[in-house]
Design a protein around this ligand. Structure first.
Ligand code: GLN
Length: 231
């Protein structure tokens, strides 16, 4: 039953650059797995979306303060976030990896002692880094988007960064000069989020749409469009 969302427009916040989930293409249009997914679901369920590329942390905060209706931004479903948000069914599995400059001599967590590590504000990767920084003796430097975080490692200012595995893998494939040196930790799947107790009709329309897109093969087509078929 999509009668409560039909014809409505919802404002959806997302990250500025988080390929292959959201990024601006050459025509400056927002594309990626999340963008195709939300648009396909909106079309199927008869609602409209207005996408706002706010940056990850800003999008999450805007949702918390009720300025936007939902967030789709490769957002990990975590127990802490569940206190503030309601999540859709998981739509993509992920985990946090550590990436380094391939030419440097940092090869594992143990090599981070006394060094600086780049993290992205408000992310699961940042939480993970903060949870182990005492144990491994490193300091953190924060960035608002993934690309600036990568650059800090490439230039050698930071010894490593922590990023979601599918995103880091994709960036490296696209030419980002970094190397993944750990297995994924803190695996939390991605979900579409609304503020707790709000926009429940939108959330259930998302879940219905996601189920339908999975059943029809359209979900697989979207993923394959960005990642190929050998996933
Ligand atoms: N998956 C991570 C999180 O939810 C990072 C998301 C992002 O940077 N867009 O915290």
């Amino acid at each position: 039953d999509n009668s409560k969302v039909k014809g409505k427009t919802f404002t959806i916040g997302t990250d500025v650059t988080f390929p292959p989930f959201e990024f601006a293409n050459k025509k400056n249009k927002y594309v990626g797995i999340d963008m195709d997914l939300i648009r396909a679901i909106a079309q199927e369920q008869g609602f409209k979306v207005k996408v706002k590329a706010l940056g990850f942390n800003a999008a999450v905060q805007s949702l918390e303060s009720g300025q936007i209706d939902g967030v789709i931004a490769g957002m990990s479903i975590t127990p802490e976030r569940k206190a503030q948000f309601d999540f859709s069914s998981p739509y993509y599995s992920s985990g946090v990896v550590m990436a380094v400059n391939p030419k440097g001599n940092v090869k594992s967590l143990k090599d981070l002692k006394g060094k600086k590590v780049a993290i992205k504000t408000g992310t699961a990767g940042a939480d993970y880094a903060n949870s182990i920084k005492k144990k491994y003796g490193f300091k953190t430097v924060t960035f608002d988007d993934s690309n600036n975080m990568y650059q800090d490692v490439i230039t050698g200012n930071s010894a490593a960064c922590f990023e979601d595995q599918p995103v880091m893998q994709y960036a490296i494939k696209q030419g980002t000069k970094l190397k993944i040196v750990t297995n994924p930790a803190e695996s939390g799947a991605y979900g579409f989020a609304v503020k707790k107790g709000k926009n429940q009709a939108l959330l259930s329309a998302f879940n219905t749409g996601l189920k339908d897109l999975k059943a029809s093969g359209a979900y697989d087509d979207i993923v394959a469009k960005y990642l190929g078929t050998d996933q």
